[in-house]
Ligand binder design. Structure first.
Ligand code: ATP
Ligand code: MG
Length: 484
């Protein structure tokens, strides 16, 4: 097998050796080269101590406690710009299932390979092109197996993040987890609860962003890890649906994720596809072909937000995914929805979310196993959206704002300003030609004459009216899909 090592790595290796050290290409980069994938990052292992590495590579960065020095290569390839050069380390003592208690350097590459997690990650390539493979990692690459180095039970107890790494690597590489290793994962699955949520999240993100996302989720469940990651999804296991579905809630969610992964959609769209029906088991009524799931998108959105918060996803991601889950169920029928209705729809979901929302809808449709004749309707909705695209659909797009109203009507900040704006927006959604400063100001003057309760009442019915297209959804769904 001919392995092509980039110039940048050869250069680093040459410098280490001319300073009297040894140097090996190790870790995921060597594994990926052997598999024939493009490495995401490059790792070099050496007997040089961090201080020595820094001397050999002026300008390198050493900002951690793991003996890893970041060497800048000036490469234009972003994966090679910073190469991690790490001093050989020993097997360490772990008392918190995650961090070694102390860092001990090792003298040989063999010792260093022994501390690594899986056989396919415990390979080293020397400067002459020889591969050091004490744990038969190459054979496991050929067999497409993830196998722990040494006793899997001990290895997972040392560092419980390896539980997630095993499944994540399996789904990224399309590998299977070897039997004893899989057994040890199940036996130690509860240790995942001891791992910082952020670490679990980062592995979950890699798993979901991989081509084998669906299989990865299935393995998480099969090995008993899912309950510590996204336990609510498990509620859908064995929960049958109605006549519009052939799959259980669980299988349907996974198939939607699979579609989003195959289309190479973003993390947010993949998460929303995976979680879009997570609320269904909690609202299910009846059984068999006529069972219903009213308000599952509302319950599901709450569950989604709770799950992603628990895993410490960034607020922006949580809000976006929750919004997509909340609005995934829009129903549109040609001829039934007016332009004003489409403007209200845009007001509710936000024009900037449309693209992702349509992707989730598509994943839902394909994942149902019985795709309905929706694309035509979707195209028509897109056509309608195009038509009303320039119309005002949000308070920001009104020709006047709260300040204008306060100035023109000489009133102080307070709920009245919000009520007036709400009514104005509702009227503009109905008829965009009203979105002219003078007209809005005159209408605001009229509204301001109303007493508080009258005005508040108008504002709240405006709000309800905005929801109409959506509750229309529910009525339509009941009529068309659920009730005999
Ligand atoms: P990726 O493709 O995500 O970079 P990787 O296997 O390279 O996967 P890294 O986090 O870059 O993962 O780690 C580099 C190497 O360090 C691994 O290949 C493995 O040999 C070793 N390693 C990483 N994490 C652990 C761990 N938790 N326990 C033991 N060895 C580990
Ligand atoms: Mg790596």
């Amino acid at each position: 097998m001919k392995i092509v090592v980039p110039e940048e790595i050869i250069g680093i290796s040459a410098k280490l050796m001319s300073a009297g050290h040894v140097s090996f290409l190790v870790g995921g980069s060597l594994r990926d080269l052997l598999i024939g994938r493009a490495p995401k990052d490059w790792d070099v292992a050496t007997d040089a101590r961090p201080e020595e590495i820094q001397k050999i590579f002026p300008g390198s960065v050493y900002e951690n406690e793991f003996g890893t020095v970041g060497v800048k290569t000036g490469s234009e390839d972003p994966t090679l710009a910073l190469v991690e050069v790490t001093t050989f380390r020993k097997e360490e003592q772990y008392s918190d299932f995650r961090h070694p208690d102390s860092l001990e350097f090792a003298a040989t590459i063999e010792e260093d390979l022994a501390r690594r997690d899986f056989t396919i990650n415990a390979l080293a390539l020397d400067a002459k092109g020889n591969i050091i493979d004490p744990y038969e990692g190459i054979a496991d690459i050929k067999k497409k197996l993830i196998r722990a180095v040494g006793d899997p039970n001990i290895r997972f107890r040392e560092d419980a993040l390896r539980l997630m790494r095993a499944v994540r690597l399996a789904s990224e590489l399309g590998f299977t987890i070897e039997k004893d290793t899989a057994g040890a994962i199940t036996r130690n699955s509860d240790l995942l609860g001891k791992i910082a949520a952020e670490r679990v999240r980062d592995e979950l993100i890699k798993l979901i962003m991989s081509g084998g996302a669906k299989e990865g989720m299935e393995v998480l469940e099969k090995l008993g890890l899912l309950r510590y990651v996204l336990s609510e999804l498990r509620e859908g296991i064995n929960v049958g649906q109605n006549k519009h579905h052939v799959y259980t809630v669980w299988e349907h969610n996974l198939r939607a994720l699979d579609y989003a992964a195959r289309k190479n959609y973003s993390l947010e769209v993949r998460l929303a596809s995976l979680l879009h029906d997570v609320g269904k088991p909690r609202v299910k009524q009846g059984d068999g072909p006529d069972s219903t799931f009213y308000a599952h998108e509302i319950v599901g959105a709450k569950m989604t937000s709770a799950m992603l918060n628990r895993l410490r996803f960034p607020k922006k991601v949580i809000d976006h995914v929750t919004h997509l889950v909340r609005h995934h169920l829009f129903y549109y029928n040609v001829g039934e929805v007016t332009e004003a209705g489409v403007r209200r729809f845009l007001n509710r979901v936000g024009p900037e979310n449309l693209e992702d929302l349509f992707k989730v809808r598509e994943a839902d449709r394909i994942g149902s196993g019985v795709p309905k004749a929706f694309p035509y309707k979707l195209r028509h909705l897109e056509f309608m959206i195009e038509k009303v695209k320039r119309d005002p659909v949000s308070p920001k797009m009104l020709a006047i704002d709260g300040n204008d109203i306060m100035l023109a009507l000489h009133i102080d900040p307070g709920p009245r300003v919000g009520w007036i704006l709400g009514v104005l927006l509702e009227e503009v959604l109905d008829d965009p030609t009203r979105n002219v400063r003078e007209k809005l100001e005159a209408r605001a003057r009229e509204l301001s004459k109303l007493d508080g309760s009258k005005l508040a009442g108008l504002a709240s019915s405006a709000r309800e009216h905005k929801e109409e297209f959506e509750s229309g959804v529910e009525e339509e769904m009941k009529k068309k899909y659920y009730v005999k």
